[in-house]
Structure formats: C-alpha cells, structure tokens
Design a protein around this ligand. Structure first.
Ligand SMILES: Cc1ncc(COP(=O)(O)O)c(C=O)c1O
Length: 423
C-alpha cells in the first residue's frame, strides 16, 4: 500500500463528494469525529436563517410558523431512521446523561411491576466496568434516589452475557465502548436479557451515525445517545431518547413515570393546567423548552448522515479503520504502540485506539503536526474515523505523522507534557 494507492481509493470512493459538505480547516486531518463531529457547511446557513429570519423577524410566531414546536419530534424521527426505530419512538431532548436518568427510572419502575420480578430479588443493574462514567454515575444516582435496594453490578466487556441472571433487572450498556471502540452484540445480549426477565438500556452515543443499529429488530427496550459525535450536531447538541413502542403505553401510566415532569411532557402544555397529565406518547420524555438553535444545528448534522446512508458509511468506516490498523502496525512497529481496539471489524465501531506508555504526550505532538485525535486515561490514543469527511489519504498521512512523532521522540518535548483541562 502506498500513498498513491490511497489516493486511488479516494478517487473510487462513492462518499468522496460528501467531504466538501464540511467546513474543515485546510491542512488538518480530523480524527476526532467520535468526540465532536465536524461543522457541516449547511449548518452555518441554517443557523443564519434560524437566527436572522425565524428568530429575528418571526419572533414568537416562529413556534408555529417555522414549526419550532415540532423540532424535537422531527429530528427524533430522522434519528429513528438511523437506529432502526419507528419515528414515534424517538424524541430529541436534554443531554444523554439526563435522558439516561429518565429511562433508567422508568425501566426500574416498569420492572418492579412485573409479576415475575417479585418471587426473587431482582434488583441488579448490570453494566460494564469500562462503561462511560456518566452512565455509571447516573445509575448510582437513580439507585440512591429510588432507595429500593438496587445494586449496580459491573463486569468486564466479555463477561456481560454470563453475568445476566434472574437477579438482573436491567442490562445497561454502551453499544460501542468510548475508549476501545469495542462493539457489543446488541441482538444477542438483548435476547439473553429478555430470556432472563431483564430489560435493556442501550447508550448509542458512539453508534448513531457510525454503525447501523437495529433497535426494534433486536427488540431493545430503551436507548439514549449523543447528538454531537457522528451526528455532527455541534458542541453540546441535544441528545435523543428511544422508548420501544410496546412500552409507550406503560410510560403514560404514572406508576412508571419518568420523574422529570415538565410542561412540555404534559398532554396539552398550552392548557396550562395546574396538575400534570402526561402525554401518552414519547412526548412525555420532553421536559422544558428545547434550544431551537441547537436543535436546528442537530437537524442539519443528521441530514449529512442521512444523505450518505448508514450502510455506505459503515462500509467506508470498516475500510478506513482496517487500513489505519494495518498501516500503523506496519510503519510504527517497535515504537511502543499496541492495538487496544478489536482487530475484527464486526466487533468494533468507527474508532481505533492504541495504547502507548506516553499516550498523552504522543497525542499532543500529533496534534501539533495537524492530526487531531484524543487521549483517554490511562494510556490510550484514540482515532475516530467519520467516513463523511475522512479520506484514505488522510489515514495514510496520519500514520506518517504518527511515525515521525514516535521515531523522532517528538513527544518528549516539554510543551507536550502539560495536561489541559479537556484531553
Ligand atoms: C457513551 C457516552 N455516553 C454519554 C456521554 C456524554 O453524555 P452527555 O452528553 O450527557 O455529557 C458520552 C460522552 O462522550 C459518551 O461517550
């Protein structure tokens, strides 16, 4: 494989034209779309329109005239298309952490009401030790709040299946691990959980827009996910929440309520009633007034993914990540890197990670060379491959830069040793 081969791959790439839809700085290789997606050109135009026309001129009228009021469901329906859900099962709202709080509470309440949950103690939330911290923290917070003796049980990635038993109330997993990119088998784990009487909560933050997800085909119960990663929604973009259609009727029942009862989750917000009467739909997962500017940016970001098609994105993501692993292992051999992601493409998402004893400094030196990835504790350099705007030549050039940083020990320079607040 040569750089010319990579350029030839780019020339044949059916997604190549999508790269121009992003406003990326020239001479920069951006391998961090798994953390913050790049800026779509359409977002700038759309936000100009929202601010200048819809807000500036339409003012309050735009809630109706520009259909602002529909945005959480409209963008939710678009995301539903990417995660194998029905449009009425998904809404955009709040952050992933807050949506997790809502679904965990509902799921535990639902579980407690099921007859088979009663004979034995079914009080375990099962998760992965290396899950993203917010998932674990929110679960701990929900357990404390409910005060019903639930317990958070944490196991390693490969131990989840065996750990599901008749004490498991919920299996709460992130589909694609944030650090290693390892991907769980959602259909198999969901089926195993259901077989044992447990419900499932999936965090799709590193899956939505990166890998095809089939929530309903897997019979998943609940899911949440970020808007600012592969969905290109912008920093702090609103998140999404999925509730399977078969649970929608139950969540309108007060016994299983998600506890953040806000006015936009009311059956008829503009009746301004004194008492809360929940919407009998996914709208119950809305709480307060959404950020219309942020949701408009998210919609433009999701549109970039829909325009490419998730299957084409996955095919290119596999080719890019495979190429990157092969090139790094060939060209950076003996320089201290070890693959920390699954080698087989069907077991990983759209990112590749390597461990290195001086990972933080290595990544800083690489960023200085114009290749942006990131560092995760304790020793991981992480490279995200968003196939919408990453080319095969980018993968080649990134490996050359990585080789230089390691072979010339550039990472030893003093300027690369100081930790920033955000790594
Ligand atoms: C798996 C996962 N869940 C949740 C989050 C963040 O959630 P929030 O948007 O609430 O900060 C992240 C952020 O990187 C993540 O990787």
């Amino acid at each position: 494989m040569t750089r010319e081969d990579c350029i030839a791959l780019d020339a044949r790439d059916p997604l190549a034209s999508h790269c121009d839809k992003f406003a990326l700085p020239a001479d920069l290789i951006y391998l961090d779309g798994n953390s913050l997606g790049a800026l779509p050109r359409a977002t700038r135009e759309r936000i100009d329109e929202v601010i200048g026309f819809e807000w500036g001129e339409g003012l309050i009228r735009s809630w109706n005239a520009a259909r602002w009021i529909d945005l959480p469901r409209r963008v939710g329906a678009k995301i539903a298309h990417l995660i194998g859900a029905q449009p009425h099962e998904v809404i955009c709202a709040d952050s992933t952490s807050i949506n997790l709080f809502k679904v965990l509470t509902t799921a535990l309440r639902l579980q407690a009401s099921r007859p088979h949950a009663l004979p034995r103690e079914r009080n375990v939330i099962l998760s992965e030790r290396a899950n993203f911290p917010t998932d674990l923290y929110v679960a701990q917070g929900v357990i404390d709040l409910l005060g019903q003796g639930h317990e958070l049980k944490l196991v390693d990635f490969d131990e989840v299946t065996a750990a599901i038993d008749d004490r498991t109330a919920l299996v709460m997993l992130t589909h694609v691990n944030y650090k290693t990119g390892a991907m769980h088998d959602m259909p198999a784990l969901t089926s195993r959980a259901h077989g044992a009487g447990a419900l499932t909560v999936w965090d799709l933050s590193h899956s939505a827009g990166a890998v095809p997800v089939a929530l309903n085909a897997a019979a998943a119960d609940f899911a949440v996910g970020c808007g600012y990663k592969y969905l290109n929604g912008g920093p702090g973009a609103p998140a999404f929440v999925f509730v399977a259609g078969r649970h929608l009727a139950a969540i309108a029942d007060d016994r299983y309520a998600q506890p953040l009862a806000g006015w936009l989750g009311h059956r008829a917000p503009f009746e301004f009633a004194t008492d809360y009467e929940p919407a009998a739909s996914i709208d119950r997962y809305a709480v307060g007034t959404p950020s219309i500017i942020a949701l408009s940016a998210l919609e433009a970001g999701v549109d970039t993914v829909l325009a490419a098609g998730i299957d084409a994105l996955r095919a290119k993501s596999i080719a890019l990540t495979q190429l990157f692993i092969e090139l790094v292992e060939l060209q950076c051999a003996g320089l201290g890197l070890a693959l920390a992601s699954p080698r087989h493409a069907d077991r990983r998402g759209s990112q590749v990670c390597f461990s290195h004893p001086r990972a933080y400094a290595v990544m800083q030196a690489l960023i200085k060379r114009g290749v942006i990835g990131d560092f995760r504790e304790p020793d991981i350099v992480r490279f995200g491959f968003a196939p919408l705007y990453v080319s095969y030549a980018n993968a080649w050039d990134a490996v050359q830069a990585l080789h230089q940083v390691l072979a010339d020990r550039e990472w030893q320079r003093a300027e690369f040793q100081t930790r920033e607040l955000v790594t």
